[in-house]
Design a protein around this ligand. Structure first.
Ligand SMILES: [Zn+2]
Ligand SMILES: [Zn+2]
Length: 343
């Protein structure tokens, strides 16, 4: 039976396909030809899809969230200068640049691993074949994949806070003190690569089809932009417990409360509210906090003494990247040194 949802996906596919072909033929192919760049056509065509989907997402997110931030801001800032670098992070991540580079470098590895597994008769785990007639319906499989990937996302994020050298990379995300809807993609590039490899591998293992993986990434990206928005928006008591809200995630970014290493204020050593889309895992594993008080965001070390050490996390893109690596190496060096002293 052809449902309205099928019609929508049919029309969307047709429009996206046409736009993809147009951009590919009119813009990409002539450039590749002009500069004699030997890029595989299929690869470039897929790259155009990532680019268009990302561009459409940025436009939609901006159209909805920018007016919300202007009309009902939570924090009022003298200017939005600190936000600018996050716009750059968003463009790099969402227009598929990272995916493109990863695809180039990882495709042979993924192909090799799959061939090796097939030779030994090991197939991918296909979650959609668990319960024929139910789990193979597109909407049901979509939801199952979302829940499984989100569960992995919760533990992944929790470890980013717990493993100390990893935290120093993740601190790039937490060092934004003017949290806006652009902040979601503010991450260390090494962290971005680790994350992309981990989730792409997991999606491959549980058998997420590429089209659903694109849809999941787009939905997840849009919701995560919303979580970082500087806006007084409430999901209500129940809504807050069903879907990660801006308030829930803002508390995760709160100085000295939501994320810090070793702080004892709320009996949780490494913070609270790690959920990516669903707060269920935080509730289940006792890391949820639904406190409503508005608190400043950032990392305590950034604050001037006596609260912090006035540490610089960098204002520009490259400064943030280089300082992130330096902190990570310092932390690894410190751990090795303290082990030697202990021995
Ligand atoms: Zn975090
Ligand atoms: Zn965040």
């Amino acid at each position: 039976m052809f449902t309205p949802l099928d019609w929508i996906s049919h029309v969307t596919n047709m429009l996206v396909g046409q736009a993809q072909t147009w951009v590919f033929v009119t813009l990409v192919q002539p450039v590749l030809y002009h500069f004699h760049w030997m890029v595989d056509d299929d690869f470039a065509y897929d790259g155009v899809l990532w680019f268009l989907a990302g561009l459409l997402q940025i436009i939609l997110v901006y159209a909805v969230l920018r007016p919300l931030e202007a009309l009902r801001p939570l924090e009022v800032w003298p200017d939005r200068r600190a936000v600018r670098v996050d716009v750059l992070y968003t463009l790099i991540n969402r227009l598929g640049l990272v995916n493109l580079v990863l695809f180039f470098t990882l495709q042979p590895v993924v192909d090799g691993v799959q061939a090796w597994l097939r030779l030994r008769g090991i197939d991918n785990l296909n979650l959609d074949s668990l319960w024929p007639g139910v789990t193979d319906r597109p909407l049901v499989t979509f939801f199952i994949y979302l829940v499984v990937l989100d569960f992995a996302g919760y533990w992944y994020h929790r470890l980013q806070h717990q493993i100390q050298w990893w935290w120093e990379l993740h601190a790039v995300h937490h060092s934004q003190r003017q949290l806006s809807f652009w902040a979601d993609d503010r991450n260390h590039l090494l962290d971005v690569v680790l994350q992309a490899v981990f989730f792409a591998a997991l999606a491959l293992i549980i058998g997420v089809p590429p089209s659903q993986f694109v849809a999941l990434s787009l939905l997840s990206g849009a919701l995560q932009s919303l979580q970082h928005a500087n806006t007084a928006l409430s999901f209500g008591w129940l809504g807050e417990r069903l879907l990660v809200s801006p308030r829930f995630h803002r508390l995760h970014h709160a100085v000295g409360y939501g994320h810090e290493l070793g702080h004892q204020n709320n009996a949780r050593l490494y913070g609270c509210n790690f959920g990516v889309l669903l707060p269920w895992w935080d509730i289940l594993f006792c890391s949820a906090d639904f406190t409503t008080a508005l608190q400043p965001t950032g990392v305590r070390a950034q604050l001037p003494p006596p609260q912090g050490q006035g540490e610089d996390y960098g204002a520009g893109f490259w400064a943030q990247q280089v300082l992130g690596i330096a902190r990570m190496l310092r932390r690894i060096g410190g751990t090795v040194a303290s082990r030697r002293i202990g021995a």
